[in-house]
Design a protein around this ligand. Sequence first.
Ligand code: S3P
Length: 432
Amino acid sequence: MKFIVNNGGRLSGNIRVPGDKSISHRSIMFGSIAEGTSTISGFLEGEDSLNTLRAFRSMGVDIEGPDKGQVVIHGVGMNGLKQPDMPLDLGNSGTSMRLLAGLLSGQSFDVELCGDASLSKRPMERVTRPLAQMGARIDTTEGGRPPLRIQGGAALQGIDYLLPMASAQVKSCVLLAGMYASGKTCTTEPAPTRDHTERMLTAFGCSVQRDGATACIEGPASLTACDIDVPADISSAAFFMVGASIAPGSDIVLEHVGINPTRTGVIDILKLMGADIELFNESEVGGEPVADIRVRSARLQGTRIPEQLVPLAIDEFPVIFVAAACAEGETVVTGAEELRVKESDRIQVMAVGLQALGVDARATPDGMVIHGGSIGSGRVNSHDDHRIAMAFAMAALCAQGTITIDDCENVNTSFPDFVGLAAAAGLSIRSE
Ligand code: S3P
């Protein structure tokens, strides 16, 4: 599938983007191993979170829905999962694989986790190494890539783990294994990363002790069913924040967006660039802060992005690079080498795509230097990466001609009906 996006236009109206992907994954995982019935609303019906849902169904969990974002999970308790008949295919979803590796390391049965071509290339030793320290037995292919073969019946011991990189997936994986371990499991992160696991485990009645960069869990733990209201995904809202900022005359409201402070780096970065972003109707749902976000167009300026904001905006860089390409002057991103091991190498793929559109963008080992001002027109490849496809779609709002984006199927992993919603908001987009 390709996107063809005509240049120009502006974004307006009130829109609600789909549910938060990270929170949707966790709601299925924790609801499944809780005692009792949990109702989830606002669940993301995208391929990634659906793969998590299917995985738990194939481990014997009775899950109703999703029906208009509502999912009812009849939890089986910490030790109620059953061995699946087949390997669990997690598609494109790194979060499913890394969190499930932790959650399934302490089960009594063997299980295999596999995924699509992109996921099969992503590094898994970052989770298998701490899990092995806890006593888990997991085989990978050469170089620590999927599939993961997890042997059941391992007796896990709590560990004190200092994360070598800022990764919420690694932190969550270790904490979930810690629920099945004896003793205390602690993670310490080098920089703050999204804390949905810590917040949602607390909502499910499992105490997570937090002290600065350290989070600890006492095993064996147990969870009690809990209803979850999933806010709209700030990572999906980010495309519209940038689109509205760069398209003159735009004025858009993004409703009920999760504004957990470990996720709002994109707002801080865009504000540093001069964006006009206002939060209102702030409230809290199930331990997660939400707000409506109004964005009006503004003249963006290039900036040097502070490294401490990088993990807080890690999924938003494709579209932040687009903002930088439209901004006046130089934008410098450093400390973002993790972008090279996402669904694609997002530094390389974005630099090549921006260059194809005539932008002066230079990839560096850990980021990019972009001299902004204008975007031309042409054809780019998303390399099957959902966020690259949506970022280049928004680029058309400040481009000089049509942008065609190849290989856009995976937009469905995180943002079903992106084309419909973006078109309704004013983007001149069609898919073919
Ligand atoms: C996620 C954590 C991040 C992020 C991913 C979702 C999560 O990955 O990029 O899209 O839900 O925990 P890392 O922890 O590998 O940075």
